[in-house]
Design a binder for this molecule. Structure first.
Ligand code: UDP
Length: 260
């Protein structure tokens, strides 16, 4: 059993990137037909989690909960429930591919990956770049579902059929939060894959469609600032709301610690 800490009502795995890679690759090798899934909480998830039962259920169903947000890791340390490091979905995916590319066992049987999400054409571009950059990783399917697909039973069946037709090891689900977590939780039992990762904009990053922040910004916990500067119209309201609520949640947790 991997260690966890309890933070903001969530159970978060207290593991580093390399341990997360090992866990996901072990699922890909498992004999059973379960599709285990990963969620990656950031500040916005933490805030939504407080008021959304559906998101809480999706988190409870996840096999791994990895802290994506630097402020979440910082808060864990302030609250003396230190997480070892940030494990962002957009770092986990290339780390998994790096491991697979350097592992000869995958030369015989490449890691089969399905990309679900991002705008039309983006996942295909990501697939092209993945094949170019990583040995032993085969993108066996991509699909960009239309807006509102989650409310359309036919669309949902179509997605499940597309995945079942190619039986991937790994499904990367980039539909934004909380849609990707809710969709994955609702369909986990019908997903013909071994592992599913809810990874936000990672398909865009892999395609070169969006740029990640420079390394130094990631290191000092400012990746959110870079995203805000790139997409102010979409993110400003959300970030200001979260910046108001999140410190209050940290304060409540702190007071909770004192009361124990
Ligand atoms: N997206 C999608 N279908 C949707 C909504 C979003 O494919 O119905 C994709 C979008 O194109 C982008 C990603 O989801 O690739 C959004 O990821 P991000 O982490 O930026 O979303 P957030 O969680 O910040 O809203």
């Amino acid at each position: 059993m991997l260690p966890t800490v309890s933070l903001f009502g969530m159970r978060i795995h207290a593991i580093d990137l390399s341990t997360a890679v090992n866990a996901v690759l072990a699922w890909c090798d498992a004999e059973d037909s379960t599709c285990r899934y990963v969620v990656t909480p950031n500040v916005d998830h933490v805030v939504m989690y407080q008021s959304r039962d559906d998101l809480r259920s999706a988190y409870e169903g996840a096999e791994l909960v990895l802290a994506d947000g630097a402020p979440v890791v910082l808060a864990s340390r302030l609250l003396r429930r230190g997480l070892p490091e940030r494990v962002a979905g957009s770092d986990l995916v290339p780390a998994l591919f790096d491991r697979v590319a350097s592992d000869n066992n995958f030369a015989q049987r490449p890691l089969r990956v399905f990309l679900l999400g991002a705008a039309p054409g983006v996942a295909e571009r990501a697939a092209h770049r993945i094949h170019h950059q990583w040995n032993n990783v085969a993108v066996v399917g991509t699909y960009s579902p239309p807006l509102g697909f989650e409310h359309d039973a036919n669309e949902n069946s179509l997605i499940l059929e597309k995945i079942a037709a190619v039986k991937p090891d790994l499904i990367l689900i980039g539909l934004g939060a909380p849609k990707q977590e809710l969709w994955t939780h609702r369909h986990a039992n019908q997903l013909s894959g071994k592992a599913a990762l809810c990874i936000g904009a990672t398909i865009d990053f892999l395609a070169g469609e969006k740029a990640r922040s420079p390394r130094w910004m990631q290191r000092v916990g400012l990746e959110w600032f870079h995203r805000l500067a790139r997409e102010p119209a979409r993110l400003a309201k959300r970030y200001f709301h979260d910046a108001w609520i999140f410190p209050q949640l940290v304060w409540q947790e702190w007071r909770g610690c004192l009361g124990k």
